[in-house]
Write a new protein. Sequence first.
Length: 469
Amino acid sequence: MADLTAVLWTRATGAPRRLATLVVNEAGALSVTYDGGAIKDRLPGLSAMHDLAIRRDVVYPATYANLLPPALAELAPPHHPAGRLNPQRVIVEALAERVYAARAWKPANRQQREWDLLLIGGRGGIGVLDVFSSDERAERWYATPSSASDLLLDRDGVGAAFRSIVASSAMVPIEMVGGGRAAAMPSVGGVMPKALARFDPGTGRVFLDLGGGAVVERPGVPAVVKIEATGYRGIVELEALAYQAAAAAGLRTPRVWTLDPPEFRPMLVVERLDMGANGAAMPLETLFSVLFEASGGRVASADQAPYEMVAAALLNPNVPVAGERAKATETLFRQVLLSLLIGNGDLHLRNMAVLGTRRDGLELSPVYDPAPMRAWDEHDIVSACNLGGLDLDRATAPPQLDAALGHFARSCALSKTAVADAFEQCLAAGARFLEAVKESRVEERRKASLLRRAGQVRAIVEKAAALHG
């Protein structure tokens, strides 16, 4: 296999800047070589863990779990083995197949295919990083005005095709995705169908972001729209309730709206986390990427590291945290505690992130993707990550969870008052959440499962509060 090459650009400074050259060699190792100008101006790197003042090159050996480092891999639409639910993945794979057919050629291996998909779909997404096959393509994309399509009212364009893809969750003819217009559609990670959009709260209209790097000002709120997938009826209502619980527990949350259009599916519209007050995108990096970088790749999956490792990173003086470190770990403690109480067993490291730069300091992002997935049997685990030495990838919380929570509080270096306040607020928010679930329109079997499973955890958390709060 010949070397694979690309260029990495960034929007961190407002105007696009070339950041680095990317090369994958025959052995599959990726080299990231930062530009001299990026080093001189101390631009934010691929990861907040990259200090451009002391390193110009970074090399990542390919592994089966991580063909590319998470900060790059997360720019491309993900493949989910349980089903093709990500619409952007459907689009970029259809576009890739068109290219392969025209060339009468197929990628030599999985890494080459994922690289091709990154070059097709790895730009304009959450955060500030964009990948291109060449500088000429980058300059052309940044000069192209951004465009949009009405998700619900479009009848024969990308909006209509997007609805069809969501309905079928399958490969579609390339003609259905608007050809080149859909090629630029930014990717959003996750299992549920999502898209970047502008949302008009006054009219309820959702305008899909079709890409183009020259931003055209449009009315509305920059948002991520999450669409209820087949097999997950009720998830939009439950996730909206989870956001309310997070706010009641003292956690930062984005603005959230629910829509139930008569000819489509329920949708959750969530204000984007990576947009500053001036409308410019900010660097956002998942905690999986941060710990992957900090551990030299030893944290190889988003559910591998225990929550105590996250706390240790936030307390580590080598990690540039903005503000008080104890405040950051208190936020972490509350987020984990509330997730246990509301049945969100999916709080893995891709569902937590930091905002900011190495120079200005990092802060935990507001809550996102807090859906109580334990309402579905196939997602019934207490927690995606371990806690206090306990493996919580199981359907029943062990009684030792009360001691594990005490251990976690100590790992977060929290005062007794902070721990007591966290238990009190999270327990109260969790109780209100469960009452709201009872009154919701969610299917009775889903309600019963969630209430039973969250209730079992709640009994142990109440005991932990008495012991440690």
